[in-house]
Design a protein around this ligand. Structure first.
Ligand code: CU
Length: 414
């Protein structure tokens, strides 16, 4: 009976091993990446992405496209998230369906982390080369140390062609041209197989002996030492010495084959060039803001003062990549993703041009299903229910001015 139990235990162990191994090799394609489950305050109060442009909606394997735009590093950065002192400009895509061929902030190449300043606006561009065919949701993204990935708006891009034709040629510093996609792949497979086989041999050596229950009984009876024989010790020593010999020999031959190597480059770039934004001549005070849950609408009372020399009108409210437009003043012609664009989402109780020197209190409503679809309304369940966003004002000449707002949001359930 005990023998059968032990056999069952062993078989289950092997089955578990096979399952875990299989799971490592099985990775189903994910079509979205949880952008909606990222806390709303993270998306609304950290990095504000705007003027986004995806250069193509369809791209063939090996062809390139760019995501470009601007981002504003919100000055009211939440206390619970680390400041963007070590940040990395990235893209949010489902796995390596594109390769990032280059990224720039303020025209400077940023292959490494950068330090960003709160309250500054930066211009960015990411060059992508298509690798895997399919429909992919392509986002901009900022990885912030201690803050996690902060995702920007996403747009669907179709990659056509065949992945087998994908190439990624680079020239090394020693003048050799290699295809990174397949470079030394056989060697990689071989080493995985070797270490896997050694690991399996080690497991099977010990698994053929009594396991779990008999072992536990022996240890409890104070006979734990008798479980390991002199032969076992020799085998273990053989494994240890063999491993060291393989590592030393292969390291020696690799050093001989590749005498020149450089370490992976890391470090921090400081003093990134930010954009000089037009001087702010409009000031906005948020008197109150409520979110009406049944109407999926946010209502703000704003007191707007125009200190400039041209009359202004409110054209857009942008938060977490969702754009609420006042169609009489501003329309989108950039092909912004539909689900993030509320073309008629912004209504202003009195949006007649506000003359220079004048001040006016208005009711502004931003309504769209996106509040719920993008789970921005979850904000109201936060212990610190604050919202933030960008307001865009336009003067008579069509010049745009960006104003940030940041205020508590009070929910209304009726
Ligand atoms: Cu997405």
């Amino acid at each position: 009976m005990k023998l059968i139990k032990d056999k069952v235990a062993k078989l289950s162990f092997v089955a578990l091993l096979i399952t875990v191994t299989a799971a490592m090799f099985y990775a189903p394609t994910a079509s979205a990446h949880g952008e909606k489950s990222q806390a709303a305050f993270m998306r609304m109060r950290t990095i504000h992405w705007f003027d986004m442009n995806w250069s193509k909606e369809e791209v063939a394997v090996n062809d390139t496209m760019t995501i470009s735009g601007k981002f504003f590093v919100f000055q009211g950065w939440p206390e619970t998230v680390d400041k963007p002192e070590v940040s990395f400009l990235n893209v949010g895509i489902p796995g390596p369906v594109f390769i990032r061929a280059g990224s720039w902030i303020g025209g400077q190449l940023v292959p490494r982390s950068v330090s960003l300043e709160l309250g500054e606006t930066y211009e960015f561009k990411v060059l992508l080369k298509a690798r895997r065919p399919g429909d992919w949701h392509v986002h901009s993204m900022m990885n912030v140390q201690g803050g996690g990935p902060i995702i920007g708006p996403g747009k669907w891009v179709t990659v056509t062609g065949s992945m087998s034709s994908f190439v990624n040629p680079i020239t090394t510093l020693t003048g050799q041209t290699i295809n990174l996609e397949t470079y030394n792949l056989d060697n990689t497979y071989m080493w995985h197989a070797i270490w896997y086989a050694i690991g399996l041999a080690w497991l099977f050596y010990w698994a053929r002996k009594p396991m779990f229950v008999p072992r536990s009984i022996a240890v409890e009876a104070g006979k734990g030492d008798s479980l390991i024989t002199a032969a076992d010790k020799k085998v273990a020593l053989g494994f240890a010495v063999g491993t060291l010999v393989i590592v030393a020999a292969s390291m020696g031959s690799t050093n001989e084959k590749f005498p020149i190597t450089t370490p992976l480059q890391a470090g921090l770039l400081r003093g990134m060039k930010s954009i000089e934004m037009p001087a702010r001549t409009v000031s906005v005070k948020v008197d109150d803001a409520t979110y009406r849950v049944p109407g999926r609408a946010m209502q703000m009372t704003l007191t707007i003062t125009n200190n400039g020399d041209s009359a202004v009108r409110l054209g857009e409210f942008n938060t977490a990549g969702v754009r609420f437009m006042e169609p009489a003043v501003a329309q989108d012609e950039s092909g912004y993703p539909d689900d993030l664009l509320a073309e008629e989402g912004l209504t202003v109780s009195d949006n007649s041009p506000l003359a220079p020197g004048q001040s006016r209190t208005v009711q502004v409503t931003a309504s769209d299903a996106a509040w719920e679809v993008y789970r921005l309304a979850d904000l109201i369940y936060d212990p610190d229910s604050r919202f933030a966003g960008l307001l865009f004002f336009y003067d008579e000449a069509g010049n745009r001015q960006m104003i940030t707002i940041d205020a508590p949001l009070i929910p209304s359930f009726i």
